[in-house]
Design a protein around this ligand. Structure first.
Ligand SMILES: Nc1ncnc2c1ncn2[C@@H]1O[C@H](COP(=O)(O)OP(=O)(O)OP(=O)(O)O)[C@@H](O)[C@H]1O
Ligand SMILES: [Mg+2]
Length: 504
């Protein structure tokens, strides 16, 4: 059988989709998508949240087997019924949501489903651990292969998951938002590995909302909008503005988020929450920080700089070696997140899956924050739904309704749900870890609007992020953390992206 490309006299692609469509319960997710990936190509894929990127890739990777249209691998028609079948055909995918097994070790995760046996026919642990360490080291990471996955920071888990697919020998590699939790040096090492894989004649599909990354690493870029493929062009012929206007279907929106910021720290505002010379004996050393009512304090730093530990320590999840936390001038030490919540402290962690229930309807995910206050029996589903409906409209969450399972939302839209929970019941202190991670330009704007709205209603907000744009767009003051130490504080005046990057 001749594929479409062959009948046009072009070289046969490694992978081809021809007129592929997929609906979920009558709602179209992608329609009539044509797509080609060639050997030795890195193909960037961009589009707003909900545009259909992940859905298309899950069809290729065998996750969705119920679709229309035709797919070819090296010219042969295929229709995978499972991810296992796709893997056997040389297709590996790193999913947008971490799909590692938290209870297994790092090495077990790297070799998941393909553990090598020794000559006695049993699993060769010594070999597995040694190999896992070596493979991960090529991504520049020095970690113990016997460590339990779930205990590691999300960024590290992301790198382990990447190693699993990159070194699986797959000829077609799909990376869905692989860099969202990585620091610039880690991204650079990942790109070095990708270039080697490409030189081997394999093909890579690279999905990202970081348009600069896509421009840097890809040879070809495809843009999705509203379930349709709208353009495929050689990267060399594109600018960032071209990509953005293709993504949103109109001229450039002129919002280049946060290249610089005018800080407005106001010492007259009351201090609500304070960290005094916090040390945890490992990641954090003498970290001090003040959160004021009606202000957003940004903490910027590369992954692993200690931000995550700082947030966890504030909620009593990490034992303090030295220092203390103060709330309204009183020393506090919480034993649980629930106890912190009772004192008006809210936390939206970087790993949204930790606090969302993917198989529950959206309205239940939203109302969970108020259920502590209002007894479940008193809160009628009708009320939950109507509260949720308001938030869906306000946050422009793209969904068919409040009763849809959370897992049916695109990645970016799930993140908005995580935030919506706190709008119903205003916290005094809100700690947000990577609030805009994995979101497209439009969704970021929505989140920024919401967070600033909460600030203007008097909430003391801490935003922890390794995206300088997010910090510059949101923060009234910025603290830069470097390797667990406060490297610099900016309280007023104009600061630029370069100031953050050079301080970190
Ligand atoms: N399992 C599912 N059930 C119902 N609808 C779904 C499901 N998966 C995806 N969709 C819908 O299909 C559309 C495309 O979603 P998809 O996840 O492919 O978007 P995306 O481009 O990857 O977005 P993001 O950048 O936010 O990850 C969305 O409207 C989404 O709600
Ligand atoms: Mg997606």
């Amino acid at each position: 059988m001749r594929t479409q490309s062959e009948s046009r006299g072009e070289p046969s692609p490694l992978l081809e989709l021809s007129a592929v469509s997929k609906s979920f319960g009558g709602v179209v997710a992608i329609e009539n998508v044509d797509f080609q990936l060639y050997a030795g190509e890195i193909h960037g894929l961009v589009g707003e949240n909900g545009a259909g990127k992940s859905t298309s890739m899950k069809i290729i990777a065998g996750v969705h087997s119920d679709y229309e249209g035709q797919m070819y691998v090296q010219g042969q028609p295929v229709h995978f019924k499972s991810a296992r079948e796709a893997l056997a055909a040389g297709i590996g995918m790193v999913h947008q949501e971490l799909s590692t097994c938290p209870d297994l070790t790092v090495a077990e995760n790297v070799f998941l489903g393909q553990q090598p046996l020794n000559r006695f026919g049993t699993i060769d642990w010594a070999f597995i651990n040694h190999e896992a360490k070596r493979l991960i080291a090529s991504l520049g990471l020095d970690i113990d292969p016997t460590a339990t996955m779930g205990a590691l920071p999300v960024g590290i888990q992301q790198l382990v998951e990447l190693s699993r697919v990159l070194f699986s020998g797959a000829r077609i590699i799909i990376l869905d938002e692989p860099t969202s939790a990585l620091s610039p040096p880690e991204v650079k090492r990942l790109f070095d590995v990708l270039r080697k894989i490409k030189a081997d004649g394999r093909g890579i599909i690279f999905i990202s909302h970081f348009l600069d990354d896509v421009l840097e690493i890809s040879d070809t870029i495809t843009v999705f909008r509203n379930g349709h493929k709208v353009a495929t062009d050689p990267t060399a012929s594109l600018t960032k503005d071209d990509m953005i206007s293709n993504m949103i279907g109109r001229g450039s929106i002129g919002m280049h988020m946060g290249e610089s910021a005018d800080l407005k720290g106001d010492d007259a505002k009351p201090i609500v929450f304070e960290a005094e010379a916090i040390s945890d004996g490992k990641q954090l050393r003498d970290v001090s920080l003040k959160l004021r009512a009606g202000e957003i304090t940004g903490v910027y730093g590369f992954m692993g700089c200690g931000q995550i530990e700082l947030a966890r320590a504030a909620f009593g999840k990490i034992h303090l070696h030295k220092g203390r936390f103060m709330l309204d001038g009183q020393e506090i030490s919480f034993r649980s997140t629930a106890a912190a919540k009772r004192h008006g402290m809210a936390f939206v962690p970087e790993n949204r899956s930790m606090m969302l229930f993917r198989t529950e309807p959206i309205y239940k995910n939203v109302s969970i924050a108020i259920l502590d206050r209002i007894h479940r029996l008193l809160l009628k589903p009708g009320t939950e739904r109507s509260i949720t409906k308001t938030h869906i409209d306000d946050l422009q969450i793209k969904t068919q309704g409040t009763d849809m399972d959370l897992g049916s939302l695109s990645g970016g839209n799930q993140q908005k749900v995580a935030l919506a929970k706190w709008l119903t019941h205003l916290p005094r202190v809100l700690i947000l870890s990577e609030p805009t991670r994995g979101m497209d330009v439009g969704a970021k704007e929505d989140v920024i609007r919401i967070v600033k709205g909460l600030r203007d209603r008097g909430v003391a907000i801490l935003v922890l992020s390794s995206e300088p744009e997010t910090i510059l767009t949101l923060a009234d003051r910025v603290t830069v953390l470097r390797k667990g130490v406060v490297a610099k504080e900016f309280n007023s005046g104009t600061i630029h992206k370069a100031d953050l990057l050079s301080a970190a």
